[in-house]
Every structure is written in C-alpha cells, then in structure tokens.
Design a protein around this ligand. Structure first.
Ligand code: PRX
Length: 650
C-alpha cells in the first residue's frame, strides 16, 4: 500500500518561519540521543517544578535492573502547570472552547481563570468525599468541559483518574472500576452524540451492581434526562458540590513519579491492561510534543477531534495543550451529523488553525463526496494531523488537497497509549512529507527494526518496531501487575521496548508503520484485543469456541471477523448471527461489534491444539489462494469448509 516512490512534499515556503527547521531537527535530534541528560535537563524545564529535578532518565529495560523513572527527584503539580501558571499572563484567554453536539445548541467556553476556579472547587469537593493522593477515581463522561475539570481536579489533589470511554458497556466499565478499586465514579446523566442520547448514569448504575469499592457517584446534569441525582449519601449532584465548595485549593506537591492516570487498553489477552502514566515525564512529553509537532502558538484555536476517553484526548485535548496555554476545542458531536460538513463548519465557526483527527473519519467523510467540504472555507487552517492508524495515501492526498487546499502540512503521528505522546512524526517546518509515512523519530526516540529472532535490521528493511531507549512519556507499569508490564513489552526482544507494530524503513530512513503484528485489531483507530472479543463470544450460551481476526475494511481500516463454533445441536442462522453481534455490543461496546460472523464446524488447529490464526486471517482477508502450509493441521479438511463458507462483511 505505502510506496516511498509516491510524491514527496517538501516543507512549504511559508513554513520557513517554523520554530524548528530541517537543520534544527537534525541538530536537536543528535543532541537528544548523544547527550540525553543535557537535552532533558533543558527541556524538562518547559514545565514548572515545585522542587527542581537534578536527575533526568534513570532507566533500564533489562530484566535484572528493570525500572523506568524520569526527573525522579523533582516535584510538581500537573494541574498547577495547566492552570495556575497561566493566570497572570492569560487568565482571560479561553482554555476550553466547547462545541455542542447540536449545531444550534449553545456552546460554552471556559477561560483559564474560570477553569481554575471550577477545578479548585471540584477538587475540594472530591476531598470532602474522602479522595486524596493515590485515590482512584473513574470517569465515565461525555465530551463536556466538566470532564476536563474532573481530570484536572484529580491531578490537583494527587488522585489517579481512570477515564473509561463512554462507548463502553456497563460490563466493560465494571471490569475497569474493579481492576483499580475506584472509590469514586464521576459521570453525567446522559451524553449526546449525533442527535441521540447515551444513558451514562444508567450504565453506571448497572455497572455498580458488580462493584463494591465505589463509595460515591457524582453526576453532572448535562441533558436533564434520567432524573435528578438521588442525594442519598452515595449519589451527588456535580453542580451542588461545586457551588458548595471553596475556590481555594492549593495544589498538592507530587513527586515526578507519582501516578497521574490509568488508562485501560486492549492487549493480546482477554483482560484490558491498566496503562499507568506518572506526572513529571508525562507532562514534559505531552507539552513538548504538542508545541513542537503542531508548531502551536498561543492563543490560536487548536482542535483535537478525539474522545477524551482515549489517550489522544488525554495528551492532546487536555494535558499538552493546557500546559502550553492553548485554546483547546472540545467537540461533543460526531463528524457526519447533522451532515458530512459538520467538522469543517466547526473549523470555520471557531477559526481553527490546527486540526488533528483519525484516518477512519477522513475515509468516512471522503466517501460522502468533496461537495461537503467545498461548501466551507477552512481558510483558518494551517496544519493538519493524523493519528491512530496507518493513513492510506489516498486519504492523505484527499486530506491535503481537498481539506487543506494544498496549503497545510500533514503531521502523521505514530504513537500509542503506552508512549504517552508522539514518537515518530514529521515536524511541519522540518520534514519533507511522504503520504502514508510517519516519517522520522521525535527527539530522544530511537526506533529500531528487528526480525522475528530479534536480529537488528540495518538500512532499508521491514521488521518489528522496537524502541531502544526510554523517553519521559513512557508508561511506567501495568496497574497492579508489574510482571505483566515487563512480560508484555520487554521480554520478546531483551533490552528493548516492543511496540507490537510492524514497520518498514525506506532508503531515506523514513518509517512506514504497517500495522499490528500481535493479536490486536485496529478498528477505526481504536485498539481491540481479539482475545477480549473471543471471551465475550464464548460467554454466549450457544457458543462453544470462537476465534477473532482482523479483516480489511474500507472505512474502519480493520474490521472484526469472528469464527464461531456452536454447541452441539445449535444452528447457525441469520438470527443467531445478529444476536451474537448484539451480544458483543452489549458485553464490550459498539466498537467491538463483529463485522462478519462465520459459523464454523471446526477451527484449524495444530495437533497440539493451537489455533492457526495465520490461516484464519488469510481467509478473512479473502486471500484463500495463499493459505500456506496446512499439512501440520490436525484436520486439514476444516480449511475447505472455512473457505467454502467465508462470509462478506456486514
Ligand atoms: O498500531 C499502531 C496504531 O495504533 C496503535 C496504538 O493504539 P492506541 O494505543 O489506541 O493509541 C492510538 C492513539 C495514539 C499503534 O500500535 N497507530 C497509531 N498511530 C498510528 C498508528 N499506525 C500508523 N500510523 C499512525 N500514525
């Protein structure tokens, strides 16, 4: 798909003024890897420290001395960095610019001063409910300003937030509350998306029937639907708490390595991992990448169109932009409602200069035709960003020409929940672009390609992407399971962090991410572990066994293809197929709903009983002519049946 012989887009002349040009990038990169202590001593000072650090990176990826710390002897408060330090210079500047779902609805904006006031009050309210340093607080919230307030209020008192994407089911929410024993859940009565409401509080109620750690539930009254909070000692009204609380809340002094948040993400096993990020290194990374990769200049209006329930929302709606004193636009709605022009209308309405979105959204809008874009101006845009999955060159060209009018560089940013922020990405004033390539490493990032045996590949090559050194934004552990952290990321290729991605490096040293090489599927830029979907399927009373793989999907990038073996006596018909899709939606959430369900009398297994996923992937991809060697299967005939009964995507 990706081809480095396709067009190269040099840095446009208007970008000659950028903070970092090509020579600047090369020099800074060299210094970042040759003198990391000097480099990070300088850049660690981008944020305000209460007690300055003297140490920078203290880390080892080796089993014996395994550990990761950055700026470890410094202390700070993340919320003070995002709020207090801007009050003197930009207190009246808008911090959060909120665009509601309904284009005719009333928007809201919070200045840095107003945000500071509300965060302090809500932080005091959380304290009055017993929260403090190290408490875990789960957020199950729509895209509204109160979500940012809640995150920063946690940071202010040293509580650890765990934001659970509001599209997850009550079951999935319950698992994430239980895993970190949250004592407080913050939610809203309902969310709004594309003209529909989402019953958040009702979902929390259902989840809480399985969770006994939770002592308090705080409800933001957003739509007014679903009744008032009960005020029964457990349920509280957000607005009442804020109104009653004092606006004076000095920030808690936190060590650089104190946890800031947990964010659950799918991996190769059934249970999502609680990715833990800490305070100092994470904030340095989020702030530095936000400023440099987006060439951000306050007070421009910057829009990251992700949901705050994913890491992109954490780092690039909340922490990075607010640390940099940005005006960060927060959008409650969806890109194609009321029509396929909405995103670009919002750009025009708020004079957005930097827009950051996912390829899946671009592909969906591209299908609707250029006329939806053409009826808007988009003259305020100067930079476009892409994140979450490989961007196919066709979508890239469309983004560049149709959306950006050929004027705006595109930063295709490769990174992960685990990395905290951008890792391989162009810098708009420094990097010539190749559509489909995430291009070159950010400062301090040392990507390497290895083959399956771990042999280092030099020059132009394709292999597994590993990172040879630590960086400040790196995750520090899996919540409650440090052994799993080491096992997942550092055991496959000793001494290196394994990303789980395949990647090609071309003759110019540009990196082209080819997608996951593990059992993770990237659906619409969201990670879904195949094992998680499989365990949901086998929980259905009629299902004996299930195997899930990715399949190509024109809009989502990858879709979910499920092979299901039923219990004896059950019949696989259309009704059961629809029921299983509904079942998975209910168990995990709509993003996990299979796009194709194939009933299979048997799955291809080796004689030792291991499912041969390679074969299942090929069949799902429609590449039935290249199944490879099937002679080692216990029963090679099952493959014929699978091929004969392959189903098209829904
Ligand atoms: O496979 C890569 C893909 O998304 C994975 C990380 O997913 P998640 O932790 O949910 O974070 C998404 C937002 C950062 C990666 O392992 N990915 C992310 N960005 C890109 C990408 N693949 C190709 N190009 C990208 N720009």
């Amino acid at each position: 798909m990706s081809d480095d012989k396709a067009g190269v887009y040099p840095v446009p002349a208007e970008w000659a003024h950028a903070k970092i040009d090509a020579a600047g990038y090369r020099e800074m990169y060299r210094r970042s890897v040759e003198d990391p202590h000097g480099f990070w001593t300088e850049h660690g000072r981008r944020i305000d420290w209460i007690k300055p650090f003297t140490r920078t990176g203290d880390w080892s990826f080796d089993a014996e001395h395994f550990g990761i710390a950055w700026f470890a002897d410094g202390t700070l408060n993340v919320s003070a960095n995002c709020l207090d330090r801007h009050l003197a210079t930009r207190g009246e500047q808008v911090a959060i610019l909120w665009e509601p779902d309904d284009p005719a609805g009333e928007g809201r904006s919070l200045t840095y001063r107003a945000l500071h006031d509300e965060v302090c009050r809500f932080a005091n309210a959380l304290k009055s409910l017993g929260a403090g340093k190290g408490s875990r607080i789960t957020l199950y919230m729509p895209m509204i300003p109160e979500t940012t307030v809640a995150m920063l209020a946690c940071a202010r008192i040293g509580a650890i937030h765990s934001v659970v994407f509001a599209g997850f089911s009550p079951e999935a929410l319950a698992g994430r509350i239980q895993d970190c024993d949250s004592t407080i859940v913050i939610t809203a009565d309902e969310g709004r998306r594309g003209g529909k409401t989402v019953p958040l509080r009702a979902n929390v109620d259902e989840a809480l029937t399985h969770c006994n750690s939770v002592e308090h539930v705080i409800v933001v009254r957003h739509t007014g639907g679903g009744g008032a909070p009960k005020e029964d000692g457990r349920e509280h009204d957000y607005a009442a708490l804020v109104a009653a609380a004092s606006p004076d809340c000095p920030p808690e002094e936190m060590a650089a390595e104190d946890p800031l948040f947990i964010l659950y993400t799918s991996g190769s096993t059934g249970k999502p991992k609680g990715v833990l990020h800490t305070s100092g290194g994470y904030l340095v990374w989020a702030a530095m990448t936000h400023e440099i990769v987006f060439d951000y200049r306050a007070p421009e209006v910057y829009w990251c169109a992700a949901d705050v329930g994913w890491v992109t929302g954490h780092s690039y709606i909340v922490y990075g932009p607010l640390a940099n004193g940005a005006t960060s636009l927060m959008f409650e709605g969806v890109p194609n409602w009321p029509d396929a022009s909405r995103v670009w209308q919002v750009v025009d309405k708020h004079r957005v200069t930097i827009f950051y979105g996912a390829p899946t959204m671009l592909r969906a809008l591209m299908r609707e035709g250029d006329q939806w874009v053409a009826r808007t101006e988009r003259s305020s845009l100067r930079l476009l960003g892409s994140v979450g999955e490989p961007i196919n060159p066709e979508a890239w060209e469309w983004y560049h020409k149709v959306v950006g009018g050929g004027r705006c560089p595109i930063v295709d940013t490769w990174w992960q929940t685990e990395t905290g922020g951008h890792m391989i990405t162009p810098l708009p004033g420094a990097t010539a672009l190749k559509p489909g390539s995430a291009t070159l490493p950010f400062f301090g990032v040392v990507p390497e390609l290895v083959d399956a045996e771990g042999k280092l590949l030099e020059g132009a090559a394709e292999g597994n992407l590993v990172l040879a050194t630590s960086w400040p934004g790196q995750m520090r552990t899996v919540w409650g399971d440090h052994a799993r952290f080491f096992q997942t990321y550092f055991s496959a290729y000793p001494g290196k962090y394994f990303t789980g991605d395949g990647c090609r490096r071309d003759a110019d040293g540009y990196y082209w991410i080819t997608g996951r090489v593990d059992d993770v599927i990237n659906v619409s830029g969201h990670r879904m572990g195949t094992a998680e979907v499989e365990s949901a399927l086998v929980a259905h009373p009629k299902v004996a066994e299930a195997a899930v793989v990715g399949m190509p999907h024109a809009v989502k990038g990858q879709g979910i293809y499920a092979y299901v073996t039923l219990n004896a006596g059950e019949t696989g018909d259309e009704a059961l197929r629809a029921e299983l899709v509904r079942w998975v939606r209910h168990e995990i959430g709509p993003i996990a709903a299979p796009d194709a369900v194939q009933f299979a009398p048997g799955l291809p297994k080796t004689r030792s009983g291991k499912i041969m996923r390679r074969i299942l992937r090929k069949i799902a991809e429609g590449e039935v002519g290249s199944l490879g060697d099937t002679s080692t299967l216990a029963d090679p005939k099952v493959v014929d049946d699978l091929v004969a009964n392959r189903v098209p995507a829904a």
